[in-house]
Design a protein around this ligand. Sequence first.
Ligand SMILES: [Zn+2]
Ligand SMILES: [Zn+2]
Length: 312
Amino acid sequence: MILDDFVSFDEKGLYCKYGDFYIDPQLPVKTAVISHAHADHAISGNNNVYCTRATASIMQLRYDRTAAKVFNIAAFNQPFEVGRVTVTLIPAGHMLGSAQILMEYDGARYLYTGDYKLQPDATCEPIEWVTTDVLITESTFANPAVIHPDPVSEIRKINDIKSNILLGAYALGKSQRLINLITEHAPQKKILVHHKIMPINAIYEKMGFPPGKYQIYGRKLMKVQDEFVYIVPPFTFDSYIRATGVKRLFASGWKNLQVNNQDTLFISDHVDWNDILQTIANTKPKQVWTLHGKGEYLKAYFKDDIFVKILN
Ligand SMILES: [Zn+2]
Ligand SMILES: [Zn+2]
């Protein structure tokens, strides 16, 4: 039986009272199940954290001793109990170690997607499919107007740019995916990375997902035009606003994060409208609960076919 109150939001985040745990809490809690290491999902200071090994490694890098009191490392597809709920982490394809959280209780299955993507990405475990009674999906881009272009044709655009490139990207996940895409599809480019990205690359390498060919940025490099692509986190990117002799690009699924209307690089690590419909077809839910975005379009689209509840 599907329980309407299986999970609900309170001031600390999304709470499952049947297992007495939070999913990706926003404030420190006693017990947390964490989908992936991005900072809006994985905060420091929780007591008891259940997550994948890669998520724990990245949290330890970021937060050091405050990362968690106890990490309970879960392998993908290996069920474990939290309170009265059976939890299984399923690859989400969003970044290294990212997991969907399957929760089983009282004969019903609830699948929390976390952030996820369907596009191929050699820098993380590909998404895997399980069926569910309730799909609890992020809906960042759950709008029929949002269709992400093919990332390979997007990255190939940089082959036409002969000047050095300053490429803004989030340090965790996106930077490694870009290194991989450039290594594969623009191999003549020389990739330089900001020092803040290096320790994350090291974790990817240790976990068996080397991003590609790159070197750490140094001041003397890029003095000449030599097809350099310098990958920097958003803060550094913004501080180089008046940089000369470089083409500035920012890689994101968001229109408003692009440099301007001409210089775009639409590479997203989230599902678009078609991907969400594909996910619903693959997971066969009886109900869809939405969070992180707009659920209205899905509600209208599925009208009488699937019950859609907007969680926030
Ligand atoms: Zn994320
Ligand atoms: Zn997120």
